[in-house]
Design a protein around this ligand. Structure first.
Ligand code: AMP
Length: 552
């Protein structure tokens, strides 16, 4: 099943790459080597906790080695990605590291994505295999996996289906992923894993929700992602004694590596994998495992602070740092956290394409509550430009452009997206409007792109415009962000009905769901109107609609 047809992985080349190597920002290391560095020196130290399963650093390294060998035996090869759509669990971590070692990058896909998005991801990545749960949250992932496999017969054979929770009758056409990721019975002997990846090979692929299309695939290369993993633990105060709780999906870059799961392991700490970010479940894990660090989006952080004051709350005194990011929090959403949860707040701002910003753990309140932090690396380059592409005056608002040692140079197989998102000299246009605070930290003021940020979940509005317009009773549709007290923004869909037809929210949601759209993207408000406002050039005036949605 090897699908070794070459893919063009966008790389940073030339003078910048040479400089990063010369200055030691990039090292000839793979990320699995960085993450498993403590296995040899402290093999008995706890590494992973998931429900009743516990793995030490030594066991984790052995499981990764064994999984890499088993994957190689299945024909997974350097250069051919594997789509990994798994919830938080041991298999997600072991498989991610094993695939990155092979240079067959896992394409980390949220379990919430459905046929609409997965069709596109499979077409772009042409994976050798799909890794998925048989069922999760009442959705039949295996049925979708089989449909994708049958619908995409590659020249080198069908995709393999690697499945957790499979039944005996599935054995005919699936591979048991839990067995594939299990530590070996005896002592692990290295070897037989095939050709390992080099430092310039892809380690993982993250997904980004663009403005117009379906998810874009972001290849993160070993030497560049390694820079991020080596530097993020210190910023968050994560060392060998840290116990990091992942309650949000570890398929997202923020939870995976900021420092998150991979950064904590690389520092020799312990990762607790949770399945729910609901305060009741998460608080129990914090008490049981003595959790010191975790990561939340603003809406959840606010919920946790509220829930912590209820009687009978478990003991949360082990918690030291709560990282808040993914969307800009209102100061009121985070100011109560130090008192309610007894820990420090660290604001984090960044993107799957690279750049990460953090407030420092000893920053004054004004910076912690009022900014989204400073860039991680002194080698991160930042431009804040006005509409004409000129630098704004000090403290002015403009679009943030960035390049640096861990920001990518492009997407996989999407030259049109590359041309609009990257400048010719390698800067990534973030689409975020920022200003620089007197402390040097960035403040995110808005976006230039047509994306709704629902408490950290990014929803490309143009995708909804097109899909909703396919509804037989819809003449025209436009989705915009409407303000929401908890999520920051939700999707408000403006629709013009066809003559004599009526529409309601449930009807439109059911239609979009039937088109295979992920549930978190469904509109939560519907405004039925006689016509949409247009700009002179025939484009829907989304700014006017956003103002209207905010005024209601
Ligand atoms: P993603 O690639 O899914 O991580 O999304 C990255 C985008 O999320 C950024 O370009 C911002 O628009 C938004 N974002 C992430 N963190 C923050 C934050 N702390 N404040 C404001 N926006 C944020």
């Amino acid at each position: 099943m090897s699908r070794a047809a070459p893919r063009r992985w966008p790389v940073i080349a030339g003078e910048r790459a040479e400089r990063y190597r010369r200055e030691g920002l990039w090292r000839a290391e793979r990320i699995d080597e960085i993450v498993l560095a403590h296995a040899a020196s402290r093999p008995g130290a706890p590494a992973l906790v998931c429900g009743e399963r516990r793995l030490t650093h030594g066991e984790l390294a052995a499981a990764v080695g064994a999984a890499a060998r088993r994957l190689a035996a299945l024909g997974v090869r350097r250069g051919s990605p594997v789509v990994v759509q798994l919830p938080n669990g041991v298999e997600l971590v072991v498989l991610t590291l094993a695939l990155s070692r092979l240079g067959a990058p896992p394409v980390l896909t949220p379990v919430t994505l459905r046929a609409f998005e997965l069709e596109h991801i499979v077409s772009v990545t042409r994976p050798a295999a799909l890794a998925l749960p048989r069922r999760h949250a009442r959705f039949d992932h295996l049925a979708l996996g089989r449909a994708l496999r049958d619908g995409h017969p590659g020249p080198e054979g069908p995709m393999a289906l690697l499945v957790t929770g499979g039944r005996p009758e599935d054995a005919a056409d699936t591979v048991d992923l839990t067995a594939l990721c299990a530590p070996p019975d005896g002592p692990y002997e290295a070897g037989g894993e095939g050709e390992p990846a080099g430092p310039g090979d892809p380690a993982v692929c993250l997904l980004s929700n663009g403005t117009t299309g379906r998810p874009k695939v972001i290849p993160r290369l070993h030497e560049a992602y390694g820079h991020q993993l080596r530097h993020t633990p210190a910023v968050a105060g994560v060392g060998p004694d840290a116990i990091y709780l992942a309650v949000m999906p570890a398929t997202h870059g923020f939870v995976l590596g900021c420092p998150g799961v991979l950064g904590t392991l690389s520092a020799g700490g312990t990762v607790v994998l949770g399945g729910s970010a609901e305060p009741a479940a998460a608080f129990e894990l914090i008490e049981r495992e003595g959790v010191t660090h975790t990561t939340l989006v603003p809406a959840l952080a606010e919920r946790w602070a509220e829930a912590a004051s209820e009687p009978g709350t478990p003991d949360l005194s082990s918690l030291r740092v709560l990282q808040v990011g993914g969307a800009r929090p209102h100061p009121r959403q985070i100011e109560r956290i130090p008192e309610a949860l007894g820990c420090r707040v660290q604001q984090c701002y960044g993107m799957s394409e690279g750049l990460l910003c953090y407030t420092a753990l000893d920053d004054p309140d004004e910076v912690v509550l009022g900014t989204q932090g400073r860039p991680l690396s002194p080698a991160d380059e930042i431009l804040v430009l006005d509409d004409e592409g000129a630098p704004v005056a000090d403290g002015g608002v403009g679009e943030l452009l960035t390049r640096g040692p861990y920001t990518v140079a492009g997407y996989l197989g999407d030259p049109a997206a590359d041309a609009s998102a990257f400048t010719t000299d390698g800067f990534y246009r973030t689409g975020d409007l920022v200003r620089v605070h007197p402390s040097g930290a960035l403040v995110v003021e808005g976006r230039t792109r047509d994306v709704v940020n629902r408490g950290g979940e990014k929803i490309p509005a143009a995708e909804l415009d097109l899909l909703a317009a396919e509804h037989p009773a819809v003449a025209a549709a436009a989705a915009v962000a409407a303000p929401h007290p908890r999520f920051g923004e939700i999707v408000c869909l403006y629709v013009v009905p066809c003559a004599g037809r009526s529409l309601d929210l449930e009807d439109v949601r059911a239609f979009l769901r039937s088109r295979g759209l992920a549930g978190f993207k469904l509109p939560e408000r519907l405004e039925v109107v006689d016509g949409l406002p247009y700009l002179g050039i025939g484009k829907v005036d989304k700014a006017a609609l956003r103002r209207r949605a905010a005024a209601r």
